[in-house]
Design a binder for this molecule. Structure first.
Ligand SMILES: NC(=O)c1ccc[n+]([C@@H]2O[C@H](COP(=O)([O-])OP(=O)(O)OC[C@H]3O[C@@H](n4cnc5c(N)ncnc54)[C@H](OP(=O)(O)O)[C@@H]3O)[C@@H](O)[C@H]2O)c1
Length: 339
């Protein structure tokens, strides 16, 4: 589909909840390459009021939004139970797709989605928003300073959430492992550029009834045999997101929530100056719109999403049976995933 004459991509947004509202704000105000033309949510009254306020089309049925000829690209910011159906319709209609993580509710559904997208002639990008965080990008840029990395630690701690569907396995697909863990699993691949080969995991429930709101895992990486310690919880009054890369020559210790980065060498810790912080959703939207306008392949693929789902599945299996889960049991032989 040809971009509009003023080099803007016309977006339709599905989901105007907690996170979708951030997409709406950036699409309306801060992304020169994009124009929000239509929105969709279930609540007709609130959706119509929002659309009226901003001069947009409102659809309470996402099929209508996808089929609207004025919409070139769809941003999908809803629960994962809807991802496959929305993507199927978007692909059939030839609309580009920007999809919030996780790719799907589980690995099997993720594979269906990837197969669908592999055969589609649209641009697809998975919104792993943390890849655009300035602390994360600085750690990636500086990681050679610490030499060969043998140990890494990642955690994410946040407050109890209020969304009911996040504790419904049919809608959410899983708990903290699937919804926050995938951010960390993606960071491991993004920063260390290796596959997770094995996983040992324990989960817990504090406020949740049906899915885990705490997990801790040990993950072993493929080539360098690096070990990663990972934990995440949604049960605390403070928010943080620590990343530690422990190399032969020193350490980088950052926090992508608090916006800090320290370089440790010998017994000295030096705080590093960071580029100014960015709105990650804005950066994701800019990157995706540029790919459409310049006919480039987006940097975060369905394969990346499938990889994080595989690590999530390994963690769930390990938590269930108490054993170490190995990556080779989850590869789809003959599929690109096995490479
Ligand atoms: N990258 C990140 O850091 C990050 C952060 C937060 C969330 N997320 C992801 O973003 C997604 C949404 O999370 P959220 O926190 O925004 O959830 P949320 O607040 O519950 O919002 C979900 C939205 O989806 C809409 N919706 C549900 N079913 C629909 C349907 N059948 N047709 C059209 N719209 C429908 C809801 O409409 P109504 O409100 O009208 O019912 C609501 O606007 C999740 O996949 C989550 O993992 C990512």
């Amino acid at each position: 589909m040809a971009p509009s004459a003023e080099r803007k991509v016309n977006f339709g947004l599905i989901g105007l909840g907690r996170h979708g509202s951030r997409y709406a704000t950036h699409l309306l105000k801060d992304v020169p390459q994009a124009k929000l033309v239509a929105v969709c949510r279930r609540d007709r009254e609130q959706g119509q009021a929002f659309a009226h306020r901003h001069g947009l089309i409102f659809c309470s049925d996402y099929h209508q939004l996808i089929e609207n000829p004025g919409v070139q690209a769809i941003a999908i910011v809803v629960s994962p139970d809807l991802h496959l159906d929305i993507c199927r319709h978007a692909v059939a209609a030839g609309k580009h797709v920007l999809l919030e993580k996780p790719l799907a509710r589980n690995l099997a559904e993720g594979r269906q989605l990837k197969d669908l997208l592999d055969n589609a002639r649209i641009k697809f990008m998975l919104a792993q928003t943390l890849r655009f965080n300035s602390v994360v990008r600085e750690i990636k840029r500086l990681k050679d300073r610490v030499g060969k990395i043998h140990l890494a630690a990642f955690n994410q701690r946040m407050e109890r959430h209020k969304l009911g569907w996040l504790d419904d396995p049919h809608v959410a697909g899983g708990g903290n492992i699937l919804h926050t863990g995938v951010h960390i699993f993606d960071l491991i691949h993004f920063l260390l550029e290796e596959e997770v080969e094995w996983a040992w995991c324990r989960t817990g429930r504090v406020y949740h009834q049906r899915t885990e709101d705490i997990f801790a895992a040990l993950l072993g990486l493929e080539m360098g045999k690096t070990i990663c310690l990972v934990d995440s919880c949604k049960v605390t009054g403070g928010r943080s997101g620590r990343i530690e890369l422990v190399g032969e020559r020193g350490q980088l210790v950052g926090d992508h929530v608090l916006g800090t980065l320290i370089h440790i060498e010998d017994r000295r810790a030096v705080s590093l100056e960071l580029p100014s912080s960015v709105h990650t959703v804005q950066k994701v939207l800019e990157a995706f719109a540029n790919c459409i306008l310049d006919d480039q392949t987006p940097s975060i693929t369905a394969q990346d999403g499938l990889r994080t789902l595989r690590v999530a599945e390994m963690c769930y299996r390990s938590a269930q049976n108490g054993m170490v889960a190995k990556r080779r049991s989850y590869l789809n032989e003959g599929n690109i995933e096995s490479k």
